[in-house]
Design a protein around this ligand. Structure first.
Ligand SMILES: Cc1cc2nc3c(=O)[nH]c(=O)nc-3n(C[C@H](O)[C@H](O)[C@H](O)COP(=O)(O)OP(=O)(O)OC[C@H]3O[C@@H](n4cnc5c(N)ncnc54)[C@H](O)[C@@H]3O)c2cc1C
Length: 320
């Protein structure tokens, strides 16, 4: 195989994942701009290598056994903001930077992005959101490399739903997102910044300082369960939404620890790395949480965090 310039072998992914856990990438490239991102992923396709793009690594847990194939660190980060509200943004840009740039140009819509770490690309894959808004709301089209072919596709191609898209599926197409086009409404600067500041204030009170990947599990939509929970706030009952953190806390797992991994004290759905946790410890604690919540409430928690790489030796594992 003819190596690409800058290709590195057996590189630890710990520094590239906010959980600071996991093993090595077989091959790793840093794509410094859009052309490199497109070229590197097309090269991976030609070499028949599974290809993983990482932005901020704030929604992933790489396996201790490593990630096969090519991992590309996406630093393609240009943002082009037009006065009409049209925005063209490369997926390696920080999601928060995208908010700042658009807010400075008097555009509203991305206030919820304040405090969400990571890149626009990672935000797209999990349809990141907060405070009843999400990134897919404003997209008009996306440029992708699919099976080695560079092309523009409509947002429907991504099959967005709550914290989900086609790129999270186990049989996801071999595609990476290069950049997107968005149309944002124009707003009042004072209102935009006031809203963003309020979101920031709410986050500071909840988010812990330890390494984490934010909320580990998705919230549960289940009207019957929501109605049966006496202490669930009325608006959540009405919407039929049960926060995963509520279930974890009610199951007595707030602050529960396995090795260096711990469920948050402030926010029970935050999985924290409080002492050099291995990916295995984090994974096993997550399985324990799922099993206890299943036994107590009869619902299956689904991970928001994506397990990357080779987890084959954990198939059918029993919780701790
Ligand atoms: C403290 C904290 C708070 C958080 N709060 C929130 C929140 O409020 N709401 C929320 O939704 N999330 C939240 N998150 C989770 C996370 O920050 C978001 O999901 C974020 O958008 C992920 O971006 P990333 O660049 O870090 O993705 P990564 O972790 O780098 O990647 C995530 C997935 O996307 C894939 N991917 C990344 N870029 C591309 C691309 N260009 N093309 C194809 N695939 C790609 C990766 O391969 C991986 O499968 C939080 C995380 C932390 C640590």
């Amino acid at each position: 195989m003819a190596d690409l310039a800058g290709l590195r072998h057996d590189v630890s992914l710990k520094p590239f994942a906010t959980l600071r856990a996991g093993g090595k990438a077989d091959l790793l490239m840093v794509a410094r701009n859009l052309e490199e991102l497109a070229t590197d992923s097309a090269w991976g396709h030609r070499q028949k290598l599974p290809t993983t793009v990482l932005g901020g690594g704030s929604n992933v847990l790489p396996s201790d056994d490593g990630v096969r194939g090519l991992t590309i660190i996406n630093q393609a980060s240009c943002i082009d903001v037009r006065p009409s509200g049209l925005v063209i943004a490369e997926t390696g840009c920080a999601f928060q930077e995208l908010f700042l740039k658009t807010a400075q140009a008097g555009m509203h819509g991305l206030e919820f992005a304040v405090g969400i770490p990571g890149s626009l690309g990672g935000a797209l894959v999990s349809n990141a959101g907060a405070y009843r808004s999400c990134v897919s709301e404003f997209l008009t089209r996306l440029e992708i490399v699919h099976d080695g072919v560079r092309q523009w596709v409509p947002p429907a191609w991504m099959e967005f739903s709550y914290r989900d898209s086609v790129l999270r599926k186990s049989d996801a197409p071999a595609a990476i997102v290069l950049r997107v086009e968005m149309q944002l409404p124009l707003g009042q600067p004072k209102q935009i910044y006031d809203e963003a500041r309020e979101y920031q204030r709410q986050r500071i009170s909840k988010q812990p300082p330890s390494p984490s990947a934010g909320s580990f599990f998705k919230n549960v939509t289940n009207k019957l369960l929501a109605e049966s929970l006496v202490t669930l706030p009325a608006p959540l009952k009405a919407a039929g939404i049960v926060p995963a953190g509520y279930l974890i806390e009610a199951a007595g797992l707030k602050g529960h620890r396995f090795g260096g991994a711990m469920m948050g004290q402030r926010h029970a759905n935050f999985m924290l790395n409080v002492g050099n946790a291995t990916a295995e410890e984090i994974f096993r604690l997550a399985q324990t949480v799922k099993s206890v919540v299943r036994a107590k409430f009869g619902v299956e928690l689904e991970e928001e965090v994506l397990y990357l790489g080779d987890w084959s030796r954990f198939a059918g594992i029993e919780p701790e």
